[in-house]
Design a protein around this ligand. Structure first.
Ligand code: A2G
Length: 453
């Protein structure tokens, strides 16, 4: 699509891009050749299960990360952000390195570029000048970082004329974000590429696919920011949970005498046993004890020394972890996977689906908070308030430990819901801040490129 056609279809985005282009010209003294954009997402249900191989159910936001881009005749890579709080980056497309110890914002762009270089065997990537504008709230669980990876991956693919499908781009970007160090699943990058306007998506993995989910009428999904910021890559919380799930999968495989070399995720164990999810929940209940496992106990069961457990099952930033709540984490994963399928089923029911969807969302929050310990007191308080003020269901969305909640609110209660939150959780905010912290959007479309003609 060319940029000018946006004037007809999306004047707000068109105006925003005109400003972005203006900033590009100010910085680099030339027009950009194109703008690549990738949306953030709100996950409706299916939290912390994508990296265990299970399907999740997000929708894309209309907010996105947008990059104005021009290739240059050298190999110099210059990245700038219209928000001056983000420092400039200057590097070289042939020699740049990604810092995963304390990743600065532009490292997510480098991940996207590296992903395309490696997957498409590009040896002569030109230099690029890039100006970034983000409208996804940051460190809020709405996937602003993955949107940046995806927009950069798409820009690089476009700059190099690589013809890749959306599925291929999603697959490349979900892998290359691992260069940053967090071992996430592929939900964020997949919905960013595979989203379709007006649809939520059931995203499934191995192989990656997406199925449309039409959300029922009569209610809206409202996003509310807890205002507790959470940068996944800055703490070991996220990778600790990934580790616990990996260890739980190995332990279950060992108890069930499966070939452990074939088992990477809890989903693998499930698939190899060929039973249903109810049976998996029951199996965890029967086989695992409530108190945490330690490296010694894990090693004993798996026939490994403590050092081997650390080497084979832990990540760089979880190497000190010696307490694994395997029963709680595995119970969350299998029961959450069951809730995702139920949610999709209920979406197509005609009789009163909203109440059931709300219940599933509440159960999901409870499980994420109590069993997975990925919530925080502000998110627990906020979801509680949302229910009190009329939401049929409310849960945190994204990685957790801060960030946003998503609530299912009947349309006829929307005004009173927003009004009550304004005077309770958000009483200390001004109107501008409140408008950014609480919003609802219809499902947005996926990533794309606009040409500057
Ligand atoms: O937490 C993050 O958003 C993860 N994304 C995503 O894959 C998923 O695991 C989610 C929790 O459900 C990244 O790590 C990029």
């Amino acid at each position: 699509m060319d940029l000018e056609s946006l004037k007809e279809t999306n004047v707000e985005r068109y105006t925003r891009y005109k400003t972005l282009i203006g900033k590009f010209v100010e910085k680099f003294n030339e027009d950009p050749q194109f703008v690549s954009r990738a949306p953030g997402r709100v996950n409706l249900i299916g939290e912390h299960i994508d990296y265990c191989g299970y399907s999740v159910l997000p929708m894309a936001l209309t907010q996105d990360l947008s990059l104005a881009v021009r290739t240059n005749s050298s190999t110099v890579l210059r990245v700038s952000n219209i928000n001056s709080a983000f420092s400039d980056y200057i590097g070289d497309t042939t020699t740049f390195t990604i810092n995963s110890d304390k990743p600065a914002w532009f490292n997510y762009i480098l991940c996207g570029i590296k992903g395309i270089i490696e997957s498409s065997n590009i040896s002569n990537l030109p230099g690029m000048d890039i100006m970034v504008d983000g409208s996804v709230p940051q460190a809020a669980g709405l996937s602003s970082s993955s949107a940046l990876v995806c927009a950069a991956g798409l820009a690089t693919a476009h700059a190099c004329n690589c013809s890749l499908t959306r599925l291929e781009l999603a697959d490349i970007c979900m892998r290359c974000e691992h260069y940053i160090g967090t071992q996430g699943g592929g939900m964020d990058q997949s919905i960013s590429f595979l989203a379709q306007q007006g649809m939520a998506k059931l995203i499934s993995f191995n192989p990656l696919r997406s199925d449309n989910v039409v959300l029922p009428d009569g209610a809206v999904f409202v996003v509310t920011n807890s205002c507790v910021t959470m940068k996944k890559a800055d703490t070991a919380h996220f990778n600790t949970r990934v580790t616990e799930c990996k260890v739980a999968a190995q332990m279950l495989a060992s108890w069930k005498s499966l070939d452990r070399s074939q088992v990477k995720t809890l989903g693998d164990v499930h698939e190899m046993l060929g039973v249903d999810l109810d049976s998996m929940v029951k199996m965890v209940e029967d086989l695992m004890h409530d108190h945490p496992y330690n490296v010694g106990e894990v090693g004993q069961q798996l026939g490994m020394s403590g050092e081997e457990v650390k080497e084979k099952l832990l990540f760089k930033n979880t190497s000190q972890v010696d307490s694994f709540k395997l029963k709680q984490r595995a119970t969350h994963v299998f029961s959450e996977a069951r809730r995702v399928f139920k949610f999709k089923e209920v979406c197509s029911e005609t009789t009163n689906p909203l109440v059931k969807l709300g219940e599933l969302m509440n159960e999901s929050h409870d499980s994420c908070s109590r069993l997975y310990e990925a919530s925080c007191k502000e998110l627990d308080q906020l979801t509680e308030l949302c229910r009190k003020h009329g939401a049929l269901g409310s849960r945190f969305t994204g990685a957790g430990w801060g960030g946003c909640a998503v609530s299912l609110v009947p349309s006829d209660k929307l005004n009173s819901f927003i009004g009550s939150l304004r005077t309770s959780y958000y009483a200390n905010m001004n109107d501008d801040e409140f408008a950014k912290a609480v919003f609802f959007t219809a499902p947005g479309g996926g990533a794309g490129v606009y040409l500057q003609l």
